[in-house]
Design a protein around this ligand. Structure first.
Ligand code: GDP
Length: 292
C-alpha cells in the first residue's frame, strides 16, 4: 500500500535508527528526507511544511522523556506528528439509533457502489440487518451491480430502474426498510452539471435526514480530493470519509492528507475490488505500516 511513500519513509527511519549521534543537523536532514518523500507522493505542500515545522520544533526543543534516547524520541515525534496528519484515532461507525440512515456521496468512478456493498457486508457481519436503497437514476444498472455484488450476504437491495425520480426512490426505500437496523442510500455520481448533482444531494439529504453522510473519495486522485470534499460539503454535512483504491497506489498520500484537512474522519479505506477489501482506518496502525 502506498508503495513508494512507504519505501522512502521506512528508508529514512532506518537511516535515522542507524545513526550514532543525533544532533540538529541530523534532525534537519531527516526532515528534508520526509518532506521529499511526502511531496513526491503528492501530499499538499503547505501541509508538508506544517508537519516539518512541528517535527522540527518538538525534536529540537522537547526533552526526551526519562528512559528514552534522543534518537528514539525523534522517531516517536515523527510517528506522532504523522498520525496527527491523518486523523489521530480509529473510529468505527456507531449505530446508535434505528434505522440508522447513511447517505453515500461521491463522484462516479470513485468506487461508491462497490464500497456500499463492502460496508453493508461489514455491518451485516457485525450483526446488523441492512437495506440498501439505489437512488442513482443516471446509472440504473447500479441496482443490478449492487444486487450481484452483495449476493449471498443477506443484504436487501431496493431499487426501480424505471423510476427517474431520485427523491421518490429515497422515500420509498425509507418506507421499505423501516424495520432494518441500517439503511444505506446510494446516490448518483454525475449529472449534467456539478451544480445539479449537488442540488440533488441536498434534496436527498432533506428527505433521508441521514445520521451520517459518508463521502467516498478515490485515493488515486491525489490533491483533487480536497476540492471534491469541499464541494460535497456544500450540499450536506460530511460525517465521515472512505478513501478507496489504496491498494498499490503511490499517490494515496495526497488524498489521505487532503481529506484529513476537511475535518471529517476517515473511517474506512478500500484496499481492493473484492467485497471483503474494506479496512477500518486506524491512523496509528496505518502510519506504523508506512514508516516500516
Ligand atoms: P461508482 O461509480 O463510484 O459507483 O464506482 P464503482 O463502485 O462502480 O467502482 C468503480 C471501479 O473501481 C470498479 O471497477 C471497482 O471494482 C473499482 N474499485 C472500487 N473500490 C476499489 C478499491 O478499493 N480498490 C481497487 N483496486 N478498485 C476499486
Amino acid at each position: 500500500m502506498l508503495g513508494n511513500l512507504g519505501r522512502s519513509l521506512s528508508k529514512t527511519m532506518k537511516k535515522l535508527a542507524g545513526m550514532t549521534i543525533v544532533d540538529e543537523e541530523v534532525v534537519r536532514e531527516v526532515i528534508k528526507d520526509i518532506q521529499r518523500a511526502l511531496i513526491q507522493s503528492d501530499v499538499n505542500v503547505k501541509l508538508v511544511f506544517k508537519l516539518s515545522k512541528s517535527i522540527e520544533n518538538r525534536a529540537l526543543n522537547e526533552e526526551p522523556p526519562r528512559g528514552i534516547t534522543p534518537k528514539e524520541h525523534i522517531i516517536r515525534i515523527v510517528y506522532e506528528e504523522m498520525v496527527k496528519l491523518v486523523g489521530e484515532k480509529a473510529q468505527e461507525l456507531s449505530i446508535d439509533e434505528k434505522p440508522y440512515r447513511i447517505l453515500f456521496l461521491g463522484l462516479q468512478g470513485s468506487g461508491k457502489t462497490t464500497t456500499i456493498g463492502k460496508l453493508a457486508r461489514h455491518l451485516r457481519r457485525r450483526g446488523f440487518t441492512v437495506g440498501v436503497v439505489c437512488t442513482d437514476t443516471w446509472r440504473p444498472a447500479a441496482f443490478e451491480q449492487l444486487k450481484q455484488y452483495t449476493e449471498g450476504q443477506d443484504i436487501d437491495v431496493y431499487g426501480d430502474p424505471q423510476n427517474r425520480d431520485a427523491v421518490d426512490l429515497a422515500r420509498k426505500g425509507l418506507e421499505e426498510f423501516q424495520k432494518k437496523d441500517v439503511i444505506i442510500f446510494d446516490t448518483a455520481g454525475r449529472h449534467k452539471e456539478e451544480k445539479d448533482l449537488l442540488n440533488e444531494m441536498e434534496e436527498l439529504s432533506d428527505v433521508v435526514k441521514p445520521h451520517e453522510a459518508i463521502l467516498v473519495i478515490d485515493g488515486t486522485i491525489g490533491q483533487q480530493a480536497r476540492e471534491q470534499a469541499l464541494a460535497f460539503r456544500e450540499a450536506t454535512d460530511i460525517g465521515s470519509i472512505i478513501v478507496t483504491k489504496l491498494d498499490g497506489s503511490a499517490k494515496g498520500g495526497g488524498a489521505l492528507s487532503a481529506v484529513a484537512e476537511i475535518g471529517a474522519p476517515i473511517k474506512f479505506i478500500g484496499t481492493g475490488e473484492r467485497i471483503e477489501d474494506l479496512e477500518v482506518f486506524d491512523p496509528e496502525r496505518f502510519i506504523s505500516r508506512l514508516l516500516g
